[in-house]
Design a protein around this ligand. Sequence first.
Ligand code: NAD
Length: 445
Amino acid sequence: MNVCIVGTGYVGLVTAACFAEMGSTVCCVDVNEEVVRNLCNGKVHIYEPGLETLVKRNYSEGRLTFTTSLADGLKEARVVFITVGTPSDEQGNCDLRYVDAVAREVGQKMTSPKIVVDKSTVPVGTADRVRSIIAGELEARGEAIDFDVVSNPEFLKEGDAVSDFMKPDRVVVGTESEESAAVLKELYAPFARSREKLIIMGVRSAEMTKYAANCMLATKISFINEVANICERVGADVSEVRMGIGADSRIGYHFIYPGVGYGGSCFPKDVKALIGTADEYGYEARLIKAVDTVNNDQKLVLASKIKEYFEPQGGVKGKTLGLWGLAFKANTDDMREAPSLELIRELTALGMKVKAYDPIAGERAMDILKDNSLVEIVDEQCEALSGADCMAVVTDWNQFRNPDFEQIKALLTAPILFDGRNLYAPDKMAQAGFAYFSIGRKPVA
Ligand code: NAD
């Protein structure tokens, strides 16, 4: 099948590469000339395990092409996927300007029937909005070309995007048209070989499903973080509590790891967007609002522990923090809404220096933090700790999980560790002679 993907970011490029790998002919369109030039030269601009191999193979075998021209992308395509960004606007609502721009251009440039698919995360009602924008443009051209607009939200997670796309838990398709449903079924057949994986539903239900899924996951994180904060105050250990509640099959162990709060390009904005949508329809989403508030506070929990520790020594001013991890989670270079940024902002505002290391996200972090003279981003895990007054871990990269604590002690001026991901066992840290502070567990002083 001939497919056009508009927007070659984390979702668009993964979708394109995976469709091409399964035999579709895919043309990717992006407005960013540098991104398109790099992709044509085999350079993939985002980090996602396995993606580069897929892109290079399918490009060289001619199933995957890249262009800045939507007209070229549309020419042969039966299906057009919109995978552009949908960031928050100033009020926290979903900013649809990029989706609108693509819809307008599709309406202006399409010359044959199309199925237009919203894969970007968009509020309920957006398929209708895209439909009326395209219809308006066709009318202005005096053309009557057949088209449909379908919702097909994406559930991949960064860091596992290729394998999530290749082996999805489910593929949701929102459409009232049997013909569109049949085309998408054919396209997704290699990925959803068991029938139950492909769930066809109404367009508005599909749009809502994406927000409900992300809000549910965000709720689990804020819930366990709140439990962790209570554990600290009552002398309980959240790791033990997690085991105790996860054993209940109605609850389960997934997604109840306490930490420094969720970040990334999806949960924060999607939680806010659903609050906004509910508001627009006259409903106050109290639970989801609380999820957002708890998360904003949680991003500062580690900074509070560091400030509190150094308070008796006159505060953090002039001290240096060695920081492991900048990306919002492991296996990605994505820095959007990363909790590390809040930690760095809070501590450098008080005059603390930060020497930070991340296996992949260092360069992106540098772009964001370049004006902060108290931040240095280094290339080596050990270098971040050398001469630092304490260390903190905020991203759960595998290479941070089992470090050489004797070496760490030799690098730091004092063995003080703030663990935002509960990667280490408190009793082992006590044996190793560390002052150790984690989330929802008794400190080792
Ligand atoms: P991204 O920012 O990585 O990529 C978006 C791309 O679209 C950019 O390359 C940009 O240049 C391009 N673009 C913008 N306007 C364009 C236009 N008019 N024509 C062509 N290209 C244009 O975004 P992303 O992280 O891939 O997210 C895309 C959508 O998918 C969002 O709605 C997001 O919420 C959703 N989503 C993201 C993830 C994720 O993990 N990143 C997961 C599921 C869903």
